[in-house]
Each structure stands twice: as C-alpha cells, then as structure tokens.
Design a protein around this ligand. Structure first.
Ligand code: PLP
Length: 362
C-alpha cells in the first residue's frame, strides 16, 4: 500500500488546487494586512478580495457588488434563511445548514421522490399559499443529485417567491445555474481553502444581516475579511471539472454495481464526480473503515454525519432505509487512483460479506 491515501471524499473537502496555492500563499506569508486598514499593507489583500469578488460574480452571472463574503456555505445559508421574511420552504434533502435553519423558523420541508428530486406537485401547491423564500439544494452533497432548478425557478417566479440555490457543490465543477434570486457558494469542495464562502443576491433583493460590528461587506457581514481563502474561492470559480472525472466516476460506479451495489439517485441528473451506492446487507461504516485501512478515503454519507452511525436524513427522505457509501472524486483524482480503489473495494466488500455484516437499521 502506498503511503499517500487515495482521496475519494472531495464532497467533504478537497486538497488545495495548485492555482489556489499560487494566489493564497503570498496573502498568508507577505500580504497579510487587514483589508480595512488605511495604510499600504491593506492594498494587496484588498485588491485580492475585490479580484475574487469579480471572478465569482462572473461565474455566477451576478453583479460583484451583490456578493457578500462570509466564512463558508453554512453561514451563507443561515444568512439567507434566517434573514428571510415570511414562510420559508425547502426540500427534504437540504444540507443541515438550510434544513435546521428552516426548522428553527417553523418553515416547511417539501418531499422528494425516490431519486431525490423535489415533488413539483407539492411545490406548486405550497407556492400557491405564498412564501417569503424557497431554498433548494442545486446539487446534493451526499448523492450528487441535481434538482431541475430552471423549472423550479419558473414556478417560484410565477408565484412571486424568491428562490435561493445552495450551489456549494457546483462551483469549481460545473457552470452556474442561470436563474436564481439568492445563491450560496463555498470554495473548499473544489480546490479552495476552508474558511470562505459567499451569498449572492439579485439586484434589489432584501438581505438581513446576522452579524454586527465593523460594517464590512456593506454592513451585511461584519468581521475582518479572510483574504487567502476568499482569493482561493475566486480561483475556484474559474475552474471546472473535465469530462474525464465523469468517465472515472462511471468506472467506479460500474465496479460497485458489479459487486452488487445499488446506485442512489440513478434516475436523476447527478454531479459528475459523485458515486453514492448502497451495498445491501453491509453497513457502510464498516466499508469506510475497511477502505481506510487499505488507504482509500471515503465517506458514509456527508462528513457531518459520517462516523455518527445514524440514519442519513437525505436517504431516508428518498425512502432508502439503509446506509450508503459515498465516493467523491475531484481535480486531483487520477485514473490509477480509481483502478486501485476498485481493487481495494473488491477485497473490502468480499471481506464484509464473509464476516456477514448485518444490514443496517438507523
Ligand atoms: N451546503 C452544501 C451542499 C454542502 O455540501 C456543505 C458542506 O458540506 C455546506 C453547505 C456547508 O459548507 P461549509 O463547509 O462551507 O460551511
């Protein structure tokens, strides 16, 4: 086994991209000034933040001045959901940073079908009752399932309800959705540094600050800006996944299927990099541990809930009462990594079957 693990957990976080390090390291080592200072040491970090603002706005098709930098997608999601006025709606497969905020507000969680796609009939009915915000996860972190955001936007627009899209898993991988009212992004899923995200909004739409203090980000998000991660987020917005990633993901998925696994969300459009599979009768925690021992980093769902051996709310909402293995590829994944991972999977799955790993009940 090589000393360097094969990393297949990009949806949790990703290794910093070389282009990111080129931009970020000087901001840590040399240009470490406070962007808000009046002296010369503020110039380079300030310029880096504004450059990143432009890069991200270009990717999203937004105005740079309608973008609020914050600490990550969690904060951006909290900002838009907790700050919205009126009834808030979201899908059942949201990231907890939306789901828990919606539940805290007494909002409504809308059902999804067996592939994780939002129930549009139910959406129509709830939109007709009026709402202050609809929040939808553009691409799911556990399953990779991508919602039909254009249809959802058209429905929300017709009902006069602003649509928020959580695009944390899209930036740096795919093109941005065309139509939205608010958008969340983060940098560390596709080669950026941890600690920067942003909330974008369309011109004229309301936003309620959650933090108060130094007046940064036009008063919408107080706190000293973090130039290196922010600059890295700007770089990530200029990246995208090649179709090679999809080819490798498909090879990995086909290998899982040949070992008896079922692909989650198989009937829906999905992120190119994500393989989420259920091995009936095998606890995915055991697979994750077995893979780890053989030098392959994987996950049993999302990073937040893996290790906790509890039901994935995302899978339960899709009617799947079994744990799943998530393998997520990224910019650093090579063909030889996938070839090796497939060999390791064969061994680990066979071992678990021989041990008679019991089916999992959350
Ligand atoms: N939204 C989605 C879809 C995510 O995958 C994540 C990260 O797991 C988040 C929000 C939270 O992102 P961050 O780690 O930047 O707070």
């Amino acid at each position: 086994m090589s000393d360097v693990p094969i990393y297949l957990d990009h949806n949790a976080t990703s290794p910093p991209h070389p282009a990111v390090l080129d931009v970020a390291l000087p901001l840590i080592q040399e240009h470490w000034g406070n962007t808000g200072s009046a002296h010369s040491l503020a110039r380079a970090p300030h310029a880096a933040v504004e450059h990143a603002r432009g890069q991200l706005a270009t990717w999203a098709g937004a105005r740079a001045k309608d973008l609020v930098f914050c600490s990550g997608a969690t904060e951006a999601n909290n900002l838009v959901v907790l700050g919205a006025s009126g009834r808030v709606l979201c899908t059942a497969t949201e990231h907890p940073s939306v789901l828990e905020a919606v539940q805290l507000r007494g909002g409504l969680v809308l059902p999804v079908d067996g592939d994780g796609l939002l129930d549009l009939e139910c959406l129509e009915e709830e939109l007709s009752k009026g709402a202050g915000l609809l929040s939808v996860l553009a691409a799911n972190n556990e399953t990779g399932v991508r919602q039909d955001t254009e249809t959802i936007y058209a429905m929300a627009k017709a009902a006069g309800v602003p649509l928020h899209l959580d695009c944390a898993q899209l930036v740096g991988r795919h093109e941005a959705p065309e139509n939205w009212d608010y958008m969340t992004v983060t940098g560390h899923k596709a080669g950026g540094l941890k600690g920067a995200g942003a909330l974008l909004r369309r011109q004229g739409l309301a936003l309620q600050a959650l933090s108060y203090g130094g007046g940064q980000e036009r008063g919408y998000r107080a706190g000293t800006l973090n130039p290196a991660p922010i600059a890295s987020l700007g770089v990530v917005a200029t990246l995208s996944h090649s179709s090679e990633i999809k080819t490798l993901r498909d090879q990995l998925e086909a290998a899982c299927v040949s070992l008896g696994a079922r692909v989650t969300g198989a009937g829906a459009p999905r992120l190119w990099n994500t393989c989420n599979v259920v091995f009936e009768g095998i606890q995915s925690d055991m697979l994750v541990v077995g893979l780890d021992l053989e030098g392959v980093c994987a996950s049993a769902g999302s990073a937040c809930s893996s290790g906790a051996a509890k039901a994935s709310g995302v899978l339960l909402s899709m009617g799947i009462d079994h744990s799943a293995l998530r393998l997520s590829l990224g910019w650093s994944t090579q063909a030889q990594d996938i070839a090796r991972a497939i060999e390791v999977l064969k061994v680990v799955v066979a071992r678990q079957r021989a041990l008679g790993s019991e089916s999992w009940h959350g």
